[in-house]
Design a protein around this ligand. Structure first.
Ligand code: S3P
Length: 433
């Protein structure tokens, strides 16, 4: 993919449905007794991996025509309760999706059969001890390849547990809560730092009682989810790339409609503002406990920004977009973000190497990076098979003096099929602000 430089970006956009919310709705619909409909389901490969795995476990999943005004398909799932899940004939393939593997492991830990779940080369490098430890504590047996996939999950009758994860991870929290739904007694997660709370909002939408207080989330085992009719809002982590491009390129103004505004995901918007961008947010509704609305971002004079350990979990998926915005003439220091090395790629190393190839001044640190003001030249960068790296490099490339070639750009399909078409559209001259 060759990106010719130059801004601004202008116009109105709709982004694909939220990836995190889509996974949760599909998994809970599969556990429910009855038919659930999920509108605006995330169209990327990751959420397709979740549907593929559910089908392999015997769940009836259909695609219906897109709903009016939706950017993605409607998915219809005929749940027959957790007891109707059956052993798959072959190993499940979670593709590139850590969320699929980790959340599904929480469900399969309580099923009375053995399941093997694997993934692509990137997923096979990712750490799984973080879910194996609590699920084994609850009574499951899970074999790994040195703490990495494939996982061989030997489900069992689980006991409720209280678990305090050593890493701030919504995937770990969710795996434990989903296991807790099928465990004897109550299961409780105590979070060190708050992480995205879509599972806590989705469970009540499927009729499950949970209790939340001061960083503790408790679920009583043995509750049966009821089917639900849901619509997924747009993905703020996808919108982050347009917001960052607008923040970095003079004359830019973008409006992203129908995007999720969950407070455990929206810290990114505050940080973009702190970086100097003009950011306006208008909430227009709440669906199944998830607020959504419109985000408008205009270019503003740049200010240096520092992000520390307590802020990192709230912007973990938006750090690549923020880095792209910063390296186009700004400055950004990120600390306490070693988790970035355990994502779809080692995002600290890949970002530092790729942004430097475009002419940025970047220091790589064990737990973060520092970007100093520099004039970008453009160049050749490799996305390392990571969707968010491909999109971050595309945004940075817009602010360079010369063209940029991105290899491995097709990875955008993991979360944002149509990203490059949308990029071409927001760069058309004379778009409305
Ligand atoms: C996700 C949680 C985060 C995030 C990932 C999606 C989720 O991962 O980076 O893209 O849907 O729960 P961790 O839980 O590993 O931090």
């Amino acid at each position: 993919m060759i990106i010719t430089p130059g801004g601004p970006v202008r116009g109105r956009l709709q982004v694909p449905g939220d990836k995190s919310i889509s996974h949760r709705y599909a998994l809970l619909a599969a556990l429910a007794d009855g038919t659930s409909t999920i509108r605006n389901y995330a169209p990327g490969a990751d959420c397709a991996s979740t549907l593929h795995c559910l089908r392999m476990l015997g769940v009836d999943v259909r695609t219906a025509p897109d709903g009016a005004g939706d950017a993605g398909p409607t998915i219809v799932i005929d749940g027959r309760g957790a007891d109707a899940l059956g052993p798959a004939h072959e190993r499940l393939d979670a593709g590139n999706s850590g969320t699929t593997m980790r959340l599904l492991a929480g469900i399969l830990a309580a099923r009375p059969f053995e399941t093997t779940i694997t993934g692509d080369a990137s997923l096979q490098r990712r750490p799984m001890r973080r879910i194996v430890d609590p699920l084994e504590k609850m009574g499951a047996r899970i074999l790994t390849a040195g703490g990495r996939p494939p996982l061989v999950i030997r489900g069992a009758a689980l006991r409720g547990a209280t678990y305090e994860p050593p890493v701030a991870s919504a995937q770990v929290k969710s795996a434990v809560l989903l296991a807790g739904l099928h465990a004897a007694g109550t299961t409780q997660v105590i979070e060190p730092v708050p992480t995205r709370d879509h599972t806590e909002r989705a469970l009540p939408a499927f009729g499950i009682d949970i209790h939340r207080a001061q960083g503790r989330i408790a679920v009583r085992g043995g509750q049966r989810p009821a089917p639900a009719q849901l619509r997924v809002p747009g993905d703020l982590s996808s919108a982050a790339f347009w917001a960052s491009a607008a923040a970095a390129l003079p004359g830019s103004a973008v409006e992203i409609a129908d995007v999720g505004l969950n407070p455990t995901r929206s810290a990114f918007l505050d940080l973009l503002r702190a970086m100097g961008a003009d950011v306006a947010v208008a909430q227009t509704g709440v669906a199944a406990g998830e607020p959504f609305g419109t985000v408008r971002v205009r270019y503003g004079a740049r200010r240096p920004l520092r992000i520390g350990p307590d802020q990192v979990p709230g912007v973990i998926d938006e750090l690549p977009a923020l880095a792209a915005a910063a390296c186009a003439g700004g400055a950004l220091e990120v600390h306490g973000a070693a988790e970035l090395r355990a994502k779809e790629s080692d995002r600290i190393a890949v970002l530092a190497c790729g942004l430097r190839a475009l002419g940025a001044e970047v220091d790589e640190r064990p737990d973060g990076f520092a970007i100093r003001p520099a004039a970008l030249t453009g160049g050749v960068v490799d996305a390392a098979g990571d969707h968010r790296m491909a999109m971050a490099f595309a945004v940075a490339a817009l602010a360079a003096a010369g063209p940029t070639t991105i290899t491995g750009h097709a990875a955008v399909d993991v979360s944002y099929p149509g990203f490059f078409e949308a990029l071409a559209a927001v760069r058309e001259p004379a778009r409305p602000a």
